[in-house]
Write a protein that binds this ligand. Structure first.
Ligand code: SF4
Length: 379
């Protein structure tokens, strides 16, 4: 893709996100290039053939990007100079630059990356006994408006391109290369609603899952949605082996729409129908993410109501004791109430775990680092 086309595409994404025209003044546009990581292997082959090159070069380029993890086309020494020049003219290997990385005492590292057009996004590396997991961001900001989330405070600025999502993983992998470790798991639970940027998310999945790409197994990837019902049906029909999570957070319609305004558009009863369709179509279980907000949704009665709502669904409930978010008034649920909630679900035969808190000393809650950076920018 040439530079002008790519700049226009970025503008289109901004316009779509803001739902209004954006002035197209050439002098104000930064010079942007498409990330090479946006291209699936088949797309790269097509691009090569369209540019007078052999399709098999795509595999070589993938090896340089995803196995050797080079940072420039110049390093791709088995490609001709003319091909390297063509690639350089059309694509960038690096479109993210690291603004800050904060490391927690438990090994969690939170990265704040800057995009080519100046926006910043967050990515988190978490260390588990079973491996290294990355939480990626899919949008700059978010328009879903969950009342407990700092990421939505500034609204949606734009969708990320597939390559900008892939590059978050590559950047973190390059960091892990320094200590001989590998990214083993991906969770698409960072800033943004992945199903609101569906096509880019699907391309991202194809690149990281491909054996010539980052080769991360489907069962090691989890995608989470706030509940965009039509996309749940679409995703079910893809029949992937990818883990699927729904941010549920409430056992009834009234409470859910208080916590998550999206529930006004997508009602809880219809959402549960869509989830049942997903589990039946794929044969896979769903994870219900349930944030515990002190005094809001964390009583034993709520746990009983939740048990009834999801009874019979092949599922697992992940309880998330939510950190205090400075911009909102929710407080943390006390320990004994967390355990009482868990015990009630277990008594009702529901699989349940309590999420271990990671990186609490480094603003690891969704959106906090970016919000802090934005506050500093506006001072
Ligand atoms: S929790 Fe996720 S979907 Fe909800 S506003 Fe925040 S980023 Fe968006």
């Amino acid at each position: 893709m040439d530079e002008n086309k790519f700049n226009e595409r970025i503008q289109d994404l901004v316009e779509e996100a803001e739902d209004k025209p954006v002035r197209r003044e050439k002098k104000e546009k930064p010079q942007l290039k498409e990330s090479i990581y946006s291209l699936r292997l088949d797309e790269l082959k097509d691009w090569l053939e369209a540019n007078g090159e052999k399709a098999f070069r795509a595999t070589q380029i993938y090896e340089w990007l995803y196995e050797k993890r080079v940072k420039s086309f110049e390093e791709m020494s088995n490609l001709s100079k003319s091909l390297r020049d063509k690639l350089t003219a059309s694509f960038a290997v690096t479109t993210l630059s690291t603004i800050i990385s904060q490391e927690s005492k438990d090994g969690t590292i939170k990265f704040l990356f800057q995009l080519q057009d100046g926006y910043s996004i967050e990515t988190v590396l978490m260390r588990h006994e079973y491996g290294n997991s990355i939480c990626v961001t899919t949008q700059v900001g978010c328009r879903i408006g969950c009342t407990f989330c700092a990421s939505t405070l500034g609204g949606l600025k734009r969708h990320l391109l597939a390559g900008e999502i892939v590059e978050q993983v590559v950047k973190v992998q390059q960091k892990l290369d320094e200590v001989g470790e590998r990214v083993s798991h991906i969770v698409i639970m960072g800033i943004g609603e992945p199903f609101d940027n569906y096509d880019a998310m699907m391309n991202f999945l194809k690149v990281i899952n491909h054996d010539k790409g980052l080769n991360i197994g489907a069962r090691h990837i989890t995608v989470s949605t706030s509940g965009i019902i039509p996309k749940i049906y679409q995703f079910a029909d893809e029949q992937l082996q990818i883990n699927f999570a729904l941010s549920l957070h409430a056992p009834n319609q009234e409470l859910r729409q208080k916590l998550m305004p999206i529930a006004r558009a997508y009602k809880l009863d219809k959402l549960i129908e869509a989830i049942k369709y997903y589990t039946e179509k794929t044969g896979r279980r769903v994870s219900f993410e349930y944030g515990l907000f002190g005094g809001e949704n964390d009583s034993v009665e709520h746990a009983e109501e939740l048990s009834k709502l999801i009874k019979g669904i092949k599922c697992h409930v992940n309880l998330i004791p939510v950190n205090y978010v400075p911009e909102r008034n929710y407080v943390r649920t006390p320990r004994e109430k967390i355990f009482a909630f868990e015990k009630t679900l277990k008594k009702n035969g529901i699989n349940v775990t309590i999420r271990r808190e990671q990186g609490s000393d480094i603003d690891a809650a969704c959106g906090q680092l970016r919000a802090k950076e934005r506050a500093q920018e506006t001072r």
